[in-house]
Design a protein around this ligand. Sequence first.
Ligand SMILES: [Zn+2]
Length: 293
Amino acid sequence: MMGKTLKQVFWGCVRASGIPMLVREVAHRRRAVVLVYHRPSPEHFRRHAVYLTRHYNVVSLGLVVDAIRSGDWSRVPPKALAITFDDGWRENYALLGLFREFGIRPMIYLCSGVVGTQRHFWWTTGGRALRKLKRLPHEVFLERLREETGYAPDRDYPERQTLSREEIREMAPHVDFGAHTRTHPILTQCDDAVCRDEIEGDKRDLEEILGGPVEHFSYPNGSLGDREARLVRESGYHSGRTFVYRGSNGARTDPFLLKGIDLQGDAPVALLAAQITGVHRFLTFFRAPRGYE
Ligand SMILES: [Zn+2]
């Protein structure tokens, strides 16, 4: 493994090579990049915001989705980039000042069964059961996790993990909110009824909390199949975003298969440039580490 400094030097050289710039100026000219963050610190996000607003035209996700749905790309500026956050972590509240300062209007995808409560996300509770996650039906997996760590989707913990309702309301003039299911299951491991309830129910819950329409969805863990995309469409959403399919989006992208690029929130700017343009994946041979979230 490369040390941290060596890594920075390496990605600095990649950036200096001009390859990320070439991708940006040529391949991203009439495309929109969608970035996926979770809970970057204000310090790191500021550095990213400086870079992103200098090299891209940062737009709202809604603008990109409207262009795809209407078939009219004319309102999307060249090198368009939308910023999204998954899960609604409480740390996101500290970024509000930066959103305003840099004129960034992000999309934050919320889980109605967790935000505004003292509940926790299941993958933060530890336990060996997490390793079996992908092989078990979601209910069985949850039961194993409950036996092992005492976790339950409706259990209150002392520490609040996500945004409070007051914070969400305060952010609403500057942030768009989307849906990310009620409790963040891996949808592809849920039966039809649960899958539908998680997708449809989150929209209903959030519309009540926000007092307005919730039109955009992001697939938990990026996981989806045909059923999930169909249910998102049937539930009345305008888009579904994943990060399993990486890359940029154009006029012919299926709005329910929006591609996103999940980032390390603390990535140095040179690595950020490489990640956005796909140069990073090419050079690391698709071995970038993946988490849950
Ligand atoms: Zn998530």
